[in-house]
Design a protein around this ligand. Structure first.
Ligand SMILES: NC(=O)C1=CN([C@@H]2O[C@H](COP(=O)(O)OP(=O)(O)OC[C@H]3O[C@@H](n4cnc5c(N)ncnc54)[C@H](O)[C@@H]3O)[C@@H](O)[C@H]2O)C=CC1
Ligand SMILES: CC(=O)C(=O)O
Ligand SMILES: [Mg+2]
Length: 369
């Protein structure tokens, strides 16, 4: 198969869909790989490194889109990209369609077969292609929150860990999945007073075991949420209902009960966000204020640390990527986890949470493939 990888064009997105190491694997499987010039610059991989791995270099994104049977990317296609996709081509990348009706229309119109990293599943009920970026974003969320809490950055002016004789800041993490776990690890490491809220009691048990008393866990009711959010200096939004738009758990009214200068980092923003007042921001202008509360809502947080993120992402995407390149649509037909990843095929929506969120008819993957 002809596999292509354009340079990412989203704001401050420095990751790349294929690292040179991944290219070498595709080439070893007999595929040809076309990389847009400078696609790996953000991770320190120049064109020569890709040529050494067996790729050919394309001068433009158009050349990549025109000459590839499968496009491997990181972020959801931007408008200038989705018009270059076509029927018969496979798109393998993050999509986050539920909160993005425009992109969904673009992908439907293109006829492309789009596999979304974030809805591919595994045998243990996890989301293996989302998990590495959730690890990164969870860890980054505390760095972003700590920075935003500094007075000069609009925050309350409190140090997460305090100092001897002064109590630490309170951090509330809403959603104790992968993002929540990694956010809590960093916050605990910095010495903060951390509470994790989740709706899953088995998950709260697991977290209690992992942290061995170093975090508080709370079942997430409206009451519990309100109490923790009102008490917090930093709130991390980390809930997920796979494929679906995030539930708005913290309302605008609740901001009134929070401490002035408190910070929220809504990591779930790529699924629309779990704060009513969240809207997506970019790395160039990551925060804004509503009712005295600083909001950080960057939808591609891992793009800020592309060396870590691109390698972690490629580790996770390689096996299914090779299966798609080796077997084309047959790879999806014979793997229920790739069927869960299929969001759009030949103009039809094939993922139920996406269809339900946006009001489209749902088509079972096997009925359209
Ligand atoms: N902004 C960014 O750059 C990035 C955003 N993300 C996003 O972060 C979000 C979280 O991802 P993961 O941690 O991997 O998901 P996950 O599935 O591992 O964890 C989500 C957790 O939320 C919990 N939950 C669901 N509904 C809840 C509710 N009403 N109250 C409390 N907890 C609830 C679930 O029980 C689960 O434990 C996703 O939207 C993901 O796409 C991930 C990576 C990067
Ligand atoms: C998951 C996601 O949105 C990201 O890594 O940018
Ligand atoms: Mg996004």
């Amino acid at each position: 198969m002809r596999v292509g990888c354009p340079k990412e064009i989203k704001n401050h997105e420095y990751r790349v869909g294929l690292t040179p190491g991944a290219v070498r694997e595709y080439v070893a499987h007999g595929h040809s790989v076309l990389i847009e010039t400078n696609a790996g610059a953000g991770i320190g991989a120049d064109d020569a490194a890709y040529v050494a791995a067996g790729a050919k270099i394309a001068a433009t994104a158009k050349e990549v889109f025109d000459n590839s049977d499968m496009i491997v990317k990181v972020k959801e296609p931007q408008p200038s990209e989705w018009v270059q996709l076509r029927e018969g081509q496979i798109l393998y990348t993050y999509l986050h369609l539920a909160p993005d009706p425009e992109q969904t229309k673009g992908l439907i119109a293109s006829g492309v077969t789009a596999v979304a990293y974030e809805t591919v599943t595994d045998e243990r009920g996890g989301l293996p292609l989302l998990a590495p970026m959730s690890e990164v974003a969870g860890r980054l969320s505390i760095q972003a929150g700590a920075f935003s809490l500094q007075k000069a950055n609009g925050g309350r002016g409190i140090l997460l860990g305090g100092v001897p004789g002064v109590t630490p800041a309170k951090v509330a993490v809403i959603g104790g999945g992968v993002v929540g776990l990694h956010a809590a690890k960093m916050a605990v490491g910095l010495g903060a007073d951390v509470t994790i809220l989740d709706r899953s009691i088995p998950r709260l048990r697991q977290l209690d075991d992992i942290f061995n008393g170093r975090v508080h866990t709370r079942f997430s009711t409206i009451d519990a949420l309100e109490q923790e959010v009102f008490a917090a200096d930093l709130v991390i939004g980390a809930v997920l209902i796979p494929g679906a738009a995030a539930p708005k758990l913290v309302t605008k009214k609740m901001l009134g009960g929070m401490k002035k200068g408190a910070v929220i980092v809504d990591v779930a923003i790529d699924q629309g966000g779990c704060f009513e007042t969240s809207h997506a921001t970019t790395h160039s202008d990551p925060t804004y204020e509503v009712d005295g509360i600083i909001h950080y809502c960057v939808a591609n947080m891992p793009g800020a640390v592309p060396i870590t993120s691109a390698h972690a992402l490629n580790n996770a995407t390689l096996a299914h990527g090779l299966a798609l390149a080796d077997h084309g649509l047959e790879a999806i037909r014979k793997d229920k986890h790739l069927q869960n990843g299929l969001n759009v095929h030949k103009g039809k929506i094939t993922n139920k949470p996406v269809a339900d969120s946006l009001g489209y008819e749902m088509h079972e993957p096997l009925s359209v493939l």
